[in-house]
Design a protein around this ligand. Structure first.
Ligand SMILES: Nc1ncnc2c1ncn2[C@@H]1O[C@H](COP(=O)(O)OP(=O)(O)OP(=O)(O)O)[C@@H](O)[C@H]1O
Ligand SMILES: [Mg+2]
Length: 239
């Protein structure tokens, strides 16, 4: 619990209000996310836990600018992201938000370094510069010597670290991980989360993690529970 910010930032890293999403029409309509108000501060690693189908991925998708809400707002560092134009939102996602998908989403025919370089290429960095920065990012995740290797030759834990290296290469303020330990054995999963907390979390960054994995709860600064599209936060004493 050491990483709670000591100085208040001007804005919370993430804030949502009345955030809602429903799918289907008429009698088939179901509410996936129901008026969620949450706040996450810079310097915090916040977990969202809840049963399958409770709306966690839908919530993350709206917070990270991937899925447009049906109601409510999301602000990232004070910016109302869903009032931005498509181009502005794409730029914000590229510069401010790193997203790690459950199944890594690595390109099989690109090397680890090339995979990590993708966000920089999209930001129009020169190729050699992008690869050099990608190698630095791989070094941060402990894969300094694995840059020229194709994903298929990496272990699950190493592939996950490549995905994390790619999510942080542009130094985003917000890092979002959806089930980062789901495909990993218990020890590797714990190591990845401990590593993210120690090396990736800092006072200028906020990390949001969706997880089913109770073994990693000890690393959370705060745990938000989600059920039937709604969130609740237990008191500290109940944890
Ligand atoms: N594109 C979609 N179209 C229709 N229904 C959807 C869509 N995406 C999600 N849902 C529904 O919304 C609800 C919440 O789904 P979501 O994927 O957010 O849950 P989750 O908490 O991430 O589950 P899991 O832990 O299994 O990943 C589910 O009932 C799901 O079937
Ligand atoms: Mg999900």
């Amino acid at each position: 619990m050491s990483s709670v910010p000591t100085t208040a930032a001007a804005h919370p890293a993430i804030a949502s209000n009345g955030l809602s999403k429903w799918f289907g029409e008429g009698s088939a309509r179901m509410t996936a996310v129901d008026q969620v108000a949450l706040v996450a501060q810079f310097g915090e690693m916040v977990f969202i836990v809840g049963p399958s189908g409770s709306g966690k991925t839908t919530l993350l998708s709206m917070i990270s600018g991937i899925l447009r809400p049906d109601a409510g707002t999301v602000t990232i560092n004070g910016q109302d992201i869903w009032s931005l134009s498509t181009d502005q939102l794409a730029e914000l996602r590229l510069n401010s938000i790193g997203f790690v998908f459950q199944d890594y989403h690595l390109f099989a025919r690109l090397t680890a370094a090339e995979n990590v370089a993708i966000p920089l290429i999209l930001q129009h960095h020169d190729w050699n510069d992008a690869i050099a920065q990608a190698r630095q990012s791989l070094e941060v995740v402990g894969l300094k010597d694995r840059g020229d290797i194709l994903p298929v030759k990496l272990s699950g834990g190493e592939q996950q670290r490549v995905a994390i290296a790619r999510a942080i290469v542009g130094a985003p303020q917000i890092l979002i991980l959806d089930e980062p330990t789901a495909s990993l054995d218990g020890d590797t999963g714990k190591m990845i989360i401990a590593f993210v907390k120690e090396k990736i979390l800092n006072q200028q960054r906020c990390i949001l993690i969706v997880t089913h994995d109770a073994r990693i709860n000890e690393y959370a600064d705060r745990i938000i529970y989600m059920e039937d599209g709604r969130i609740s936060e237990p008191t500290r004493a109940a944890l």
